[in-house]
Design a protein around this ligand. Structure first.
Ligand code: SF4
Length: 358
């Protein structure tokens, strides 16, 4: 297991909350107009320097809202790439995401573009995203990326509305030759509704589908806000008599086995510069306008506590997978108000808890 106390593997930066979509689950409760309190262009450049200070070349994810709503987006990308940062971008599928914009990502040195796919059909996806035409634009952007040689990733948020069409979406991920399928699980924040979430048993069914798909898929699979997929994955490999990690791990395999979690290998910076353990866990460790990003990540009380598996409560604290998994700290906070509580969407009962109960 990697020690993430010094530097994260992922820096996720919400450049803006402005977006022309109206997704029903939106973490950021995004809206069309930009917030006047967003980091300015000069503050954005300073932010990039702070990321470099981690010294380990973390992956920088430029997200939103829709990053294309910022007119200085390409300047920020160019500065980031010039500083040597591996830079990815997650635009929204709106009329701003033209073939020319995708080609410019490639020209500027973007490592990967991620787009969202939340339904296997136009009706399902556009209904979820709240804007007609989003499905077609998503596919067009993926094909533009393939034409210009830009690597792609597809993000899917699993809800009650699409969990029965995951196989059809996996087929699209393969057909469009995405490198990674990043599967998000709901945290009830922003516009997400509790009725959209899966039960703990349904999480397990989805894990089973993802695991079986991962055995033959031509793309990598990773989960977000479901670290217990790592527990499921380890259990299955153990049952199959396979080593816990593949001999030659890909990017998602590295993340899976490194034990990344909220605030542990991951730091999120909001559009106004607030430093959070994740975009779903708004426990601020300062603001990049006044606080050094690396110092906040390494030394702030909130980040130190959240990384400490010995501070986990309930069955997560007693779990034999707590270092590999640790449960979603964002979900624990959203559903219980305690960031170190057990993840309420995990079905696993650790042996120690069972022994204690007997
Ligand atoms: S009990 Fe907690 S640490 Fe253990 S597998 Fe479930 S979520 Fe992960």
């Amino acid at each position: 297991m990697r020690d993430f106390s010094d530097a994260p593997m992922l820096v996720i930066w919400e450049l803006t909350q402005a977006c022309d979509l109206a997704c029903r689950h939106c973490r950021a409760s995004a809206r069309p107009g930009r917030d006047e309190a967003e980091l300015s262009t000069q503050e954005a450049y300073a932010m990039l320097e702070r990321v470099v200070e981690f010294g380990n070349n973390p992956l920088l994810v430029l997200t939103g809202g829709d990053p294309l709503k910022r007119p200085d987006l390409f300047n920020i990308i160019q500065r980031s790439v010039a500083l040597g940062l591996r830079t990815t971008v997650t635009p929204s599928a709106t009329p701003l995401l033209t073939h020319a914009a995708v080609a410019r990502f490639q020209d500027c040195g973007v490592s990967r573009m991620a787009v969202s796919l939340d339904g296997a059909t136009k009706a399902a996806h556009d209904g979820f995203r709240g804007v007609d035409g989003s499905f077609a634009r998503t596919l067009a952007a993926l094909r533009s990326a393939a034409q210009v040689g830009l690597e792609t990733q597809i993000n899917t948020t699993v809800t009650q509305h699409n969990m029965d069409s995951l196989a059809e979406m996996a087929a699209i991920v393969g057909r469009e030759k995405a490198r990674l399928w990043s599967v998000f699980f709901l945290v009830i924040t922003g516009r997400a509704s509790a009725s959209d979430d899966l039960t703990a048993e349904e999480y397990e069914h989805v894990f089973d589908f993802l695991y079986r798909t991962s055995l033959t898929a031509p793309f990598d699979i990773k989960t977000t806000e479901a670290p217990h997929y790592r527990r499921y994955h380890a259990q299955q490999r153990k049952r199959a008599g396979a080593p816990a990690a593949p001999a030659v791990p890909g990017v998602s395999a590295i993340q899976r086995h490194a034990g990344i979690n909220d605030g542990k290998g991951l730091v999120f910076v909001s559009h106004t510069g607030e430093i959070f353990p994740s975009g779903f866990l708004e426990l601020s460790a300062g603001n990049v306008r006044t606080t050094n990003l690396a110092a906040a990540y390494r030394q702030s009380e909130s980040f130190r506590v959240i990384r400490d598996a010995n501070r986990l409560e309930g069955k997560c604290g007693a779990c034999d997978y707590r270092h590999l998994c640790g449960g979603s700290r964002s979900r624990a906070f959203a559903l219980t108000g305690r960031p170190m509580a057990a993840d309420p969407r995990c079905i696993y009962e650790p042996p120690l808890v069972l022994e204690t109960a007997c």
